[in-house]
Design a binder for this molecule. Structure first.
Ligand code: BYC
Length: 327
């Protein structure tokens, strides 16, 4: 007998209640779901959406920092930044590969990014105006990413969880390189300290937005948590991030651009002022300050790289034909 099985914010699907219950029992027993396993259509769709967005974020996320590689202040800083940006390209590739196990091709995902259908993290729509921005991105953007991504290492979908283990190891290097830049600037001249404070002022609120809308406005959280794709809600992760970051900022002698930020004894965490959700949704809908540049840069890279893809395919085809002829 078929019932209308709820598949989350995406709508409903015709799957038997028995099938959905059996699947949920596997999730509740902390079994990993693997690519060839039966899974509800909504589970697959949610993962394709989230992993695809995540992969795009890594690839688009190379651009704001890539902007500073040629202007890094020393060879050591340049080498570290170059390695970090290359890691991000690698993360994008692991994630596209994880999404491909769900039956969507890399070309389809890329096309969706280029035509504006697929989202990527709002944070990468802001400009990197000074060298201090590179420190702040490593410290805070990667710091927020780690807070969000550590729980994804326990995601119920095996290929995503396994990809995240390696990603998180690399992210912690990224965060350290960023904090180290911030420490150097914090100990520098008054002009360097001012540049650092200015970068924090510009990035703080967009970083808090990275965690997504408040739980009450989150479309997917409840279902994603029931399926153990997400382990913590958006607000829980945002709070953990703020609580971990405040002492780090104090150590650097920085202040937050939030007059309402104060310690809440009762909850044992920091309260913050209201987030500008109108700005968040404007950016998410493609009207962020750098949105057009980011997509134009990705389209150009895809077009410029066409000959590489063609050459790689021709080479693979030649090797396959040679192997067949030898058999
Ligand atoms: N930006 O129901 P909700 C990195 C969308 S890369 C844009 O709460 P969900 C790095 C959301 O997609 C870091 N859109 O969604 C790289 C949904 O829209 P759709 C990237 C956002 O999925 C290079 C709608 O708002 N990390 O760190 O349950 C250099 C409602 O939201 C955002 C990941 O991708 C946003 N910030 O929760 C340096 C982590 N927030 O899809 C660093 C994996 C929300 O219905 N993703 N939206 O059209 C996740 O953990 C979850 O997808 C989110 C959102 C927590 C982001």
């Amino acid at each position: 007998m078929y019932s209308q099985g709820l598949i989350g914010a995406d709508g409903r699907t015709e799957e038997t209640q028995d099938f959905l219950d059996r699947f949920q029992r596997r999730i509740d027993a902390e079994e990993k779901i693997e690519p060839m396993d039966a899974m509800p259509a909504g589970y697959r769709k949610t993962l394709v959406r989230q992993i695809g967005q995540h992969a795009h974020s890594e690839i688009v996320g190379m651009l704001p920092e890539g902007n500073w590689i040629t202007r890094a202040p020393s060879l050591r800083r340049k080498a570290a930044l170059l390695a970090k940006v290359q890691d991000e390209g690698g993360h994008g590739l692991y994630l596209y590969a994880a999404a491909e196990t769900l039956g969507v091709s890399r070309e389809e995902m890329t096309e969706e990014l280029h035509c504006g259908k697929a989202k990527y993290s709002s944070i990468f729509n802001y400009p990197t105006l000074s060298w201090a921005d590179i420190g702040i991105i490593g410290w805070l953007v990667d710091g927020a990413a780690i807070m969000n991504q550590i729980p994804l290492c326990r995601c119920s979908y095996g290929p995503y969880a396994r990809a995240m283990i390696r990603v998180c190891k690399e992210e912690s290097f990224h965060q350290r390189q960023g904090y180290e830049i911030c420490m150097a600037l914090a100990k520098g001249t008054p002009a360097q300290r001012e540049m650092l404070q200015d970068a924090l002022n510009r990035w703080w609120w967009p970083v808090l937005m990275m965690f997504g809308p408040h739980d009450a406005d989150s479309l997917h959280s409840d279902q994603s948590m029931a399926w153990k794709i997400k382990r913590f809600s958006n607000d829980e992760l945002r709070q953990k991030f703020i609580d971990a970051t405040v002492p780090q900022a104090e150590y650097l002698g920085l202040t937050f651009p939030d007059p309402e930020m104060r310690w809440n004894e009762e909850k044992g965490g920091w309260d913050h002022g209201p987030i500008d959700w109108d700005e968040f949704w404007r950016v998410v809908k493609g009207f962020g300050p750098m949105a057009c540049d980011r997509i134009a840069a990705r389209r150009k890279a895809w077009e410029d790289g066409a000959w590489v893809r063609e050459a790689a395919l021709a080479h693979a085809e030649k090797r396959r034909a040679r192997k067949m002829a030898a058999e």
